[in-house]
Design a protein around this ligand. Structure first.
Ligand code: G3H
Ligand code: 13P
Ligand code: ZN
Length: 317
C-alpha cells in the first residue's frame, strides 16, 4: 500500500515550513478510535498540520491492519484534501518494524536506535533511510536518550545529545529529522534538571551546527495540573505528576524544534473524561457516553495546545 493512496503526506514539507516559520508540528499518539477522532477534529478546527503517531504498543493493542483502515476512514470522513496528515511510526526499535510500517502505507517512521553505540545507531538509521527513500517516506532518528517509560522499557538516566556528534550523525545516516535529548522524558513523572530547566545551551549548540535541520522533542507533555487534579478528584491517584512547563516548550520551538511529541497529556485528558462522567452519571453504562466525553476532553486540550504550545494553528500548507 502506498501512503499517497491513503491521502497522507510525509513530514518533509511540513517540518521545513515549521522550521522557517518558528512553530512546531504536533506528533500526537493515538491508541483507539476516539483518540484518533479527537486529534483530527482538533487539527481540522485549528487548521493545523498533524503527525499521527503509532507506537509498537498501539500496533499491538489495535492491530496494524485496523489502524490503517481507521486512519483511512477518518480522513475520508473529513473529506478535506487540504488537511496535512502524516502517519508516523513512533520509536521503531529495528529495521524490520520500520520496513513493515513503510510497506503497510505509513508516510513516516522513526528508527530509534539511540540505546546503541554511535556507529551502530548510524548504521541502522542509514539502512532504514535508504529503504524509506524508495517510497518517499520520511525518517526520524534519535541521538542521545531520554529517561522515562517507552514501550514498557524504563530508562532511568538521561543521556543528553552531544552537539559534537549531530552533524556527523545526520550526514552519515541520511535521515530527515533528529530527536534530541535536552532534559525531557516520557510519561507524567518527568525527570527534573537541578535547575528545573531544559538544556537550552545544548539545543543552541546543536542548532549552531545544524542551522536548517528539523529537530524533534520527545517527552514533551506539560502534564497540566488541572487535569491531574481532576483525575485525583474523581478517584485517581496520581501523586507528584509533573511535566515540561509550556513556556519552555514555546522557547524550544523557536530554536529549531519543529516537531513536538505528546502522548501523556492526551491520556490525562481522556482519563478525566472517563472518570468524571462515570462519577457524575453513575447510571451510565453506554461506552459512547464516557468515551464521547473523553474524546471531547482530549479534543479541547489539543485545540488549545495547537494554538499556544505548538503555535501551528492556521498553518495548514
Ligand atoms: O514514547 C512513548 C509513547 O508515549 C508511546 O507509549 O509505548 O505506551 O504506546 P506506549
Ligand atoms: P510524553 O510522554 O511526554 O507525552 O511523550 C510522548 C512521546 O515522546 C511520544 O514519542
Ligand atoms: Zn517519544
Amino acid at each position: 500500500m502506498n501512503f499517497q493512496d491513503l491521502k497522507l503526506v510525509n513530514t518533509r514539507a511540513m517540518l521545513a515550513k515549521a522550521l522557517t516559520d518558528g512553530y512546531a508540528v504536533p506528533g500526537y499518539n493515538f491508541n483507539n478510535l476516539e483518540q484518533l477522532q479527537a486529534i483530527l477534529a482538533a487539527c481540522y478546527e485549528t487548521e493545523s498540520p498533524v503527525i499521527l503517531q503509532v507506537s509498537a504498543g498501539a500496533r499491538k493493542y489495535v492491530g496494524t491492519k485496523i489502524l490503517m483502515k481507521m486512519v483511512h476512514g477518518a480522513l475520508e470522513e473529513i473529506g478535506d484534501p487540504t488537511l496535512q496528515v502524516a502517519l508516523h511510526l513512533d520509536h521503531g526499535a529495528d529495521f524490520d518494524i520500520c520496513k513493515d510500517c513503510i510497506d503497510m502505507g505509513f508516510s513516516s517512521v522513526m528508527i530509534d536506535a539511540s540505546d546503541k553505540p554511535f556507529d551502530e545507531n548510524v548504521e541502522i538509521s542509514r539502512r532504514v533511510a535508504e529503504y524509506a527513500k524508495k517510497y518517499d517516506v520520511s525518517v526520524e532518528a534519535e541521538l542521545g536518550a531520554l529517561a522515562g517509560i517507552e514501550d514498557d522499557k524504563v530508562a532511568a538516566a538521561t543521556h543528553y545529545t552531544n552537539p559534537a556528534d549531530v552533524k556527523k550523525f545526520v550526514d552519515l545516516a541520511g535521515v530527515d529529522s533528529l530527536a534530541v535529548s535536552i532534559g525531557t522524558s516520557h510519561g507524567v513523572y518527568k525527570m527534573k534538571n537541578p535547575d528545573g530547566k531544559l538544556r537550552f545551551d545544548i539545543l543552541e549548540e546543536i542548532t549552531a551546527v545544524l542551522p536548517l535541520f528539523p529537530l524533534v522533542l520527545h517527552g514533551a507533555s506539560s502534564v497540566p495540573q488541572n487535569l491531574v487534579d481532576e483525575i485525583n478528584k474523581y478517584g485517581g491517584a496520581l501523586k507528584d505528576a509533573h511535566g515540561i512547563p509550556e513556556k519552555q516548550l514555546i522557547k524550544a520551538r523557536k530554536m529549531n524544534i519543529c516537531k513536538i511529541n505528546v502522548d501523556s497529556d492526551a491520556r490525562l485528558a481522556f482519563t478525566v473524561g472517563v472518570r468524571k462522567t462515570l462519577v457524575e452519571k453513575p447510571e451510565a453504562f453506554d461506552p459512547r457516553i464516557y468515551l464521547g466525553a473523553a474524546r471531547e476532553e482530549m479534543k479541547n486540550l489539543f485545540v488549545e495546545k495547537n494554538k499556544t504550545v505548538m503555535g501551528c494553528a492556521n498553518h495548514r500548507t
